[in-house]
Design a protein. Structure first.
Ligand code: NAP
Length: 283
């Protein structure tokens, strides 16, 4: 598995497995299958309600802890110094781990500066190897960097062929923040899996649309965490390290960009209100 090096020298697999919407024993079994397929990076969140299932699967797998890269996140109702510390220890207990590889602010709302202080403290104490954020636009990210003096290792944002995040990716690169793509397949929206251009490009390499998308992301240096509840698809999704897209393919994929979310905009006041009030949402 190829890796990226984060701004604190920590290495992270460039491809992982997202477990949103996988629950209970199904989730456990899916994670075991993913480990068997070769995945080592797993992405969960307190809001997904499956941290315990991931922890059970890690235990059952028998794979050394040091081989795995485990990410979780806390939601906006846990923003603030004390609440984030408590949320962290709750997640650690459910995951049955004694340290995390990556801890993320899930949404850029509430007292994120208090949270960031708590996260820096946990990082200093060796309880988290890297800390970062999700869904931060460049202005919000620069606010955090400039006013805390501590640069996040990661910004996990919606990134797929219909929302390529080209300018944001450049900004992140210039500031030493690794970009990580959530919903790399746009959750299948806009008929992504039958997209004519992506299918045509895939046919040249005998690869599927899903494989073209993931290859395109990792060739741009973007970490991706696709989710699948099907073993054959998780194997398909990791089978992307034996081919390269040409410059011409990369240019053609650029033309699919609509430069806007297929879900919602975290800057929309109605969304900010909604996500702050309904902090349990899996988003
Ligand atoms: P996604 O990975 O873009 O898409 C998942 C969908 O694609 C599922 O319906 C899956 O169906 C299907 N699929 C997967 N592989 C396929 C293949 N090879 N061929 C055809 N269909 C395939 O969506 P996501 O789960 O929303 O995003 C991935 C991860 O990102 C999440 O699990 C979560 O960890 C993270 N995330 C983070 C945030 C955030 O705010 N930080 C927000 C959203 C998501 P099957 O399951 O039936 O295979």
């Amino acid at each position: 598995m190829e890796k990226v090096t984060l701004n604190n020298g920590i290495e992270m697999p460039i491809l992982g497995f997202g477990i949103m919407q996988l629950m209970g024993e199904d989730c456990e079994n899916m994670v075991i299958s993913a480990i068997e397929a070769g995945y080592r990076l797993f992405d969960t969140a307190e809001l997904y309600g499956n941290e315990q299932a991931l922890g059970n699967a890690i235990k059952r797998s028998g794979v050394a802890r040091s081989e795995l890269f485990i990410t979780t996140k806390f939601g906006s109702k846990e923003a603030g110094y004390e609440k984030t510390l408590a949320a962290f220890y709750r997640s650690l207990e459910l995951l049955q781990l004694d340290y995390l590889d990556l801890y993320l602010i899930h949404q850029p709302f509430g007292d994120i500066f208090g949270s960031w202080r708590a996260m820096q403290q946990l990082h200093k104490e060796g309880k988290i190897r890297a800390i970062g954020v999700c869904n931060f636009t460049p202005d919000r990210l620069m606010d955090l960097i400039a006013n805390s003096g501590f640069t996040p290792a990661i910004n996990q944002i919606e990134t797929h062929p219909f929302h390529q995040q080209t300018e944001t990716a450049l900004f992140l690169q210039e500031n030493g923040v690794q970009i990580e793509a959530w919903s790399p397949f746009a959750e299948g929206l806009n008929d992504i899996f039958t997209n004519e251009a992506l299918a045509r490009i895939g046919a040249k390499y005998e690869k599927s649309v899903a494989q073209v998308i993931l290859r395109w992301l990792i060739q741009r240096g973007v970490v991706a965490i696709p989710k699948s509840a099907r073993k054959e698809r998780m194997m398909e999704n990791i089978n992307i390290f034996d081919f390269s897209l040409s410059e011409q393919d990369m240019e053609e994929i650029k033309t699919l960009d609509n430069n806007k979310s297929v879900f919602f905009d975290h800057r929309d006041p109605a969304i900010v209100k909604w996500m702050s009030e309904y902090a349990w949402l899996n988003v």
